[in-house]
Design a protein around this ligand. Sequence first.
Ligand code: HAS
Ligand code: CU
Length: 546
Amino acid sequence: MSLEMASDPEKRLTGAHLWVANVALLGGIVTGLLQGLEHAGFEFPASQYFLQSYYHSVSMHGVLNVLVWTTFFICGFLPFISARAYGMPLASPRLGWLTFWVMLAGLVLAAVPLAGNAATVMFTFYAPLKAHWAFYIGLTLVVVGTWLITLRLALSQRAWRAQHPAARTPLAAFMSLVTMAMWTLASIGLAASMLFLLIPWSLGLVAGTDPLLARTLFWLTGHPIVYFWLLPAYISWYTLVPRQAGGRLFSDPMARASFLLFLLLSAPLGLHHQVTDPGIHSGWKLFQAFLTFAVFFPSLLTFFNVVASLETGGRARGGKGWFAWFGRLPWGDPSLAAQLLAMLTFCAGGIGGLINASYNMNLVVHNTTYVVGHFHTTVGTAVTLTYMGISYWLVPHLAGRALWSRSMALVQSWMWFIGMLVFSTVLHELGLRGMPRRTMISQAAYFQPEWKALLPWVGVGGTLLFISGVLYLLNLLLTVTVSRAPAAAVPAFAEAIAPPEEGPTLLNRLRPWVVAAAVLLVIAYGPTLVRLVATSQLNAPGFRVW
Ligand code: HAS
Ligand code: CU
């Protein structure tokens, strides 16, 4: 069976996920535009029928972009690429469809109160802000759906293993499994918070809640969720991009090592989001700060491996010098260009993460727009622009039609890159000047004159990003509706210069790493959680401040 054929049963399923993801992104860029313009000095167009307040908008923006766009894209992309990597259909398409419907039902359940301004609690839904129960139950169902994806990939791995007892798992399938295993382990914090705190509380079964416990459980999952978004982008950078660049993957074993380190280190460090929270011992905060520096390492491995791979492509195309080969890459391919620009942005985003993670620096940047700048370069570009680049080959393939316009896609990618350069640089700087995040800044009584000159640039960046987003969605829409020519070929997996057989077999095993990750999680969080649970009063009343 050819690789093309193998992925066929997966096509409709993947397409269904991508529809939901892209519709969410549309909502995300519209709200984003309005928020950017609010910062630039335009009045926020609050209306009883659409967005009732700035904060309603920010809540929609966060949930639609970082929770819905990412999760649905991932749950469409990982099974698709795994099927191609195995060269056989995945186990149980019925389970695949059941998963999709569970996630969609959850999404609708959460979306109704969100759109109706009954869940204006931001994407972090910190207690004691209290949303409608349907919001919490809906999001929980989406998480349950992601666990079913893990189950389906595990069943597929078992079926493949039965036929290939001695072979190394194909890289893209291995990485997909690692990503889902990491996420499933890490999501227990969120699940516990939902099941034991937020859902009973919002249903009125218990009178009060515990904000600190809820936050701690949230961030236990809320940090690793950023790698749940990032690793699918890395899968593309490792397994497809080297080939798209005309080169080869530098080292397969090193790529596996990087992912296994993410499995080990992604979860036990969420306290770096709670450096300023009282009630958590600073020793544990410091311990998790060190682990945060440790999780830089697999990204540095990725940097090295992916740059080395791209270099083989640039040199094969006649590139010379230390850096000049970079310009020789096939920049005319929008799928590749988008991902290269995403990588460049991530260099800055990752360094910003290092600053956030530095225990005392965090006191300067926490809760300022510096953090907003950080996460727009990471999830907003490293991840989102990569997913857009992937969509430029994936959607034409699913639809059996050519991409409607390659030049529009190129313009779109550069516009996102430049728009984000403006937007995030300015937000970083405004944060250093003390401007708070998540604030309708034009209404702030403490508005500082030194913010004024920079604020229009937030609007400029936001507008560029909005136009770029519209171009992306329009291109895909025209591709699936009016584009006629047959689809271009799907990028093949890159060959590796150092194949998997050159690494130790430990790099092809999952179980010992999952066990080690669970142990490390217990060490990093156990004492704090035991104490918080033991002393919990569950006496904080809920607030609806909007
Ligand atoms: Fe972060 C806050 C620390 C990565 C997302 N982060 C956030 C929030 C979000 C987010 C959404 O320690 C806000 C949450 C909220 O609402 O409160 N972050 C880090 C660190 C990393 C990091 C240490 N973050 C990410 C990624 C995200 C993301 C990835 C989304 C996908 N972050 C923090 C901290 C906070 C935080 C604190 C809390 C702040 C506060 O006070 O609230 C690291 O993982 C980053 C490592 C990355 C690198 C970059 C490697 C570069 C690569 C590109 C290769 C380039 C190539 C091309 C190949 C070291 C892999 C180049 C070509 C050439 C020729 C050169
Ligand atoms: Cu984090």
